[in-house]
Design a protein around this ligand. Structure first.
Ligand SMILES: Cc1cc2nc3c(=O)[nH]c(=O)nc-3n(C[C@H](O)[C@H](O)[C@H](O)COP(=O)(O)OP(=O)(O)OC[C@H]3O[C@@H](n4cnc5c(N)ncnc54)[C@H](O)[C@@H]3O)c2cc1C
Length: 392
């Protein structure tokens, strides 16, 4: 990409006189991955992050993120997970860090529900190794679970978990090695675009570029108000319990799991990972609407009591001492699927947002899509189902 001398933003307005090809707003999960892709393509990229990175004030904190292939949410996600998994392997190699560990993922629900049938369908459609466990098989294989007899299991045999903080550190490290400029503790407060360029104002100054990418997570709504789609931020609590019998909850004997107790909600968790002493558990469907600025970040006694009650019904031996809790944020679109598209009014502004409670695993492929859209105006990756036009 080239600087356009006709640009209406005066490059002298940029701090240090620097002008960039692309500015990325937010260097959390998707922003770090996008900076990595842009820098790898030789583009002059500036990533602007309001906090440090990684951090526990947005959507990526909490030590583990599931990477599963069974996708009840939409079967097209599976192709994207496959590509993301390949890219995570390259990031691991290049950064020289272990980011992913395989553990299998067990989805427990009643046959006939979307969670059971659509998960199974997506695995069958994409020929991903899996097993269907009837209630007797489920009990024999995973005696840790105490479940009603109508529940059955789908075991996703390629699944595992990513270490989110380490993943983001690795992506930033690779982006920096390729020449990206990343500035932390620098919130973006305003931006403007015309057909030929963008201007971004932060707490420290003003920067100019040809293109702008928003990867601002729960901060998107405050920055991009004219999307025409509601982005709802919700407060989610993750809790770490020390099992009374730790050997039953180690990877190898205990998978990542999600159990649908009833209707459209599920509770999920992880085995004991790395040098932890505890299992992590959370309730995906307990949505407390909030904002990035006003969220109560202190977990409460009630948060812990609620999670213990739900968790101990399913996995009583895991629900021992509650060690700690952490608040994390979802940003949901009306259909809970992501938005990867151009801004409706600005062809030089690209958006990646609404990653809900399942976006982390996709970060490298999201970074690739956002980079394709910003640099080429199109992508060959299958993301039509994530376009803004679906809400029209
Ligand atoms: C409890 C919980 C569990 C989850 N479990 C899973 C899972 O198992 N598997 C999975 O795949 N996904 C999971 N997810 C979802 C996944 O973590 C998110 O979808 C993903 O992290 C979203 O990435 P993001 O880049 O949109 O947000 P973030 O990682 O939060 O990044 C956005 C960044 O933008 C910055 N920002 C915002 N506003 C500004 C501004 N004005 N100026 C500068 N910077 C700004 C923020 O500080 C932040 O760093 C989970 C999420 C939560 C909360």
């Amino acid at each position: 990409m080239h600087n356009n001398p006709e640009n209406f933003f005066d490059p002298k307005q940029a701090v240090n006189g620097a002008r960039f090809d692309v500015i990325v707003v937010g260097v959390g999960t998707m922003g770090a991955a996008t900076c990595h892709h842009l820098a790898a393509r030789g583009v002059r990229v500036l990533g602007l992050e309001q906090y440090g990175s990684p951090h526990h004030l947005g959507s990526h904190g909490g030590r583990t993120r599931a990477l599963r292939y069974g996708y009840a949410e939409h079967p097209d996600y599976v192709t994207l997970v496959q590509r993301a998994a390949e890219q995570w392997r390259s990031v691991e190699r290049d950064a020289g860090r272990t980011l992913f560990s395989k553990t299998d993922a067990l989805i427990v629900a009643e046959p006939g529900t979307p969670m059971f049938d659509d998960t199974l369908h997506s695995l069958e459609l994409h020929q991903i190794p899996h097993e269907v466990l009837g209630s007797d098989d489920l009990e024999a294989r995973f005696p840790q679970f105490h479940l009603p007899p109508e529940k059955q299991g789908v075991l996703d045999c390629q699944a595992g978990f990513l270490r989110p903080e380490r993943c983001i550190e690795a992506l930033i490290e690779l982006a920096l090695r390729k020449g990206a400029t990343i500035q932390t503790y620098e919130p973006v407060v305003d931006w403007q675009s015309d057909g030929s360029g963008v201007k971004v104002t932060t707490s420290r100054g003003t920067y100019a570029a040809d293109r702008l990418i928003f990867a601002a997570g729960a901060g998107t709504d405050a920055l991009v108000r004219d999307l025409g789609v509601d982005l709802v931020v919700s407060r989610q609590v993750q809790a770490w319990f020390r099992p009374t019998q730790t050997e039953m909850f180690q990877p190898g004997v205990f998978p990542i799991w999600a159990v649908e107790p009833k209707g459209d909600r599920y509770i999920y968790g992880f085995p004991i990972v790395d040098d932890d002493f505890a299992v992590k558990v959370a309730d995906q469907s307990r949505l407390h609407h909030t904002t990035l600025e006003t969220v109560s970040r202190t977990p409460t006694v009630a948060d812990g009591e609620y999670l213990r009650r739900e968790f101990s019904r399913i996995l009583p031996e895991a629900a021992g001492t509650l060690l700690t809790m952490q608040v994390c944020l979802y940003t949901n679109t009306p259909d809970l699927n992501f938005i990867l598209d151009f801004h409706p009014a600005h062809g030089n502004v690209v958006l990646g947002c609404g990653f809900s409670g399942h976006g982390f695993k996709f970060a490298p492929v999201v970074g690739e899509v956002l980079t394709d859209l910003a640099l080429q105006g199109r992508t060959t990756l299958p993301v039509d189902f994530l376009r803004l036009s679906r809400f029209e």
